[in-house]
Design a binder for this molecule. Structure first.
Ligand SMILES: Cc1ncc(COP(=O)(O)O)c(C=O)c1O
Length: 382
């Protein structure tokens, strides 16, 4: 039997040496490595500016914090996402106004965005669900028409392109995650990218207490001013050193992910018990975070049993995401969202199983997973 974890960080000798070099140096924070990683990440994505931060959640929070929104303001948020996407709005006191997703992609249903706008709406948050790009030109047309700020949550979208432009560069801000099961890792960590130089300048300050100059810029230690309100959301040198090495491996990671996804997709596409999400359109590139399968309605009550049968065969799975965010207790209690709202997001949350396609696996593993899924489905039928 194979053992196939859902996600596994690929940490090699080069990552270990890079981390050891930081530990042997006197600078653990505020050093050259975070700066270098920012430059490399900007070049990789084509971003004019990148600011390294402590997590994707921190990047999202900084975006809304800088926008200056608060109680009485509203932000459009996809119902089908990680709760961090919505928490980042709620931290400011503004209200996340959820919008359902398309069943075919899991991405926000764009026509429903305009219907959810009110005079209090200040921003739209976009999530490229499982790395499949949202039609950003359509989102930006709505944003321009109503003068709204756009934040792209790209936690699962490193390597996602729409019409030749990397995810995160259509909107005003793009926020990435380097949590261990993501496309590359820095253990914990995130990146903020933007097309706006003034925004990047403020985010650099606001991630580090709002101090007006970095330690390198201080000719006399201790002489600085605090000109902005800010957090401690920095990325440290250990994380940045890991990030630089992982980024060099990204092309190989992406190629393997794509091959794995295509092999698994072909292996499962004939099964009438499952529905698979759409392929990206021709002018778009997915980052292929995982392959999520939607169970036929009559099989949904047996989802846990199917997951258990996959586990018995050594196949790790996950669920993206366990509930539509407005169904979580905190959101229901705070904003009064009903448990039966957002039917498409609910259908995905309660009826899907996410299968692994990460670069820790190969095509043989994919054929094994396809066989394991078929066996599990046969067993729950009988
Ligand atoms: C869509 C989305 N946004 C944000 C996050 C949070 O990322 P981080 O753990 O880097 O804060 C996640 C984590 O999985 C996510 O899936």
């Amino acid at each position: 039997m194979r053992t196939i974890p859902f996600g596994l960080p690929l940490i090699g000798d080069e990552e270990k040496a890079a981390v050891a070099a930081v530990l042997d140096s006197p600078i653990l924070v505020h050093g050259p490595r975070a700066k270098q990683f920012e430059t490399e990440f900007a070049a990789w994505t084509g971003a004019p500016r990148a600011v390294a931060v402590s997590s994707c959640t921190a990047a999202l929070h900084l975006a809304y914090f800088d926008l200056g929104i608060g109680p009485g303001d509203e932000v459009i948020v996809p119902a089908q996402t990680h709760n961090a996407t919505a928490h980042a709005v709620a931290f400011t006191g503004a209200k996340p106004v959820f919008v359902d997703c398309e069943l075919a992609t899991g991405n926000i249903d764009i026509p429903q965005i305009e219907a959810a706008l009110t005079p209090n709406t200040k921003a739209i948050s976009i999530v490229h669900f499982l790395g499949l790009p949202v039609a950003m030109d359509q989102v930006m047309a709505i944003a321009r028409k109503h003068s709204l700020f756009v934040v792209e949550d790209c936690a699962l979208a490193l390597g996602t392109y729409y019409k030749g432009r990397h995810a995160g560069l259509w909107g005003d801000a793009g926020c990435f995650s380097f949590y261990p099961v993501k496309h590359m890792t820095t253990a914990e960590g995130g990146m903020f990218i933007t097309r706006h130089a003034d925004l990047a300048d403020r985010i650099e300050r606001k991630r580090a207490f709002g101090v007006d100059r970095t330690p390198q810029e201080r000719s006399i230690p201790g002489v600085y001013d605090v000109t902005l309100l800010g957090f401690n959301y920095r990325m440290n040198e250990i994380e940045a050193a890991l990030g630089s090495v992982q980024l060099k491996r990204m092309k190989g990671f992406m190629d393997q992910r794509r091959r794995n996804y295509q092999t698994l997709h072909a292996g499962l596409s004939e099964l009438e018990e499952l529905r698979l999400f759409s392929h990206p359109p021709e002018d778009a590139v997915s980052s292929y975070y995982c392959l999520s399968v939607l169970l036929r309605d009559d099989l949904r009550p047996q989802r846990v049993e199917i997951v258990e049968k996959l586990k018995q065969q050594g196949v790790g799975t996950s669920v993206y995401y366990p509930r539509p965010v407005p169904h979580f207790t905190w959101y229901r209690e705070k904003f009064g969202y009903a448990q039966n709202s957002f039917p498409n997001a609910a259908s995905i949350s309660y009826g899907s199983i996410a299968l692994p396609v990460g670069p820790h696996l190969n095509e043989e593993d994919m054929l094994y997973i396809a066989r394991a899924v078929k066996k599990a489905l046969r067993e729950v039928h009988s």
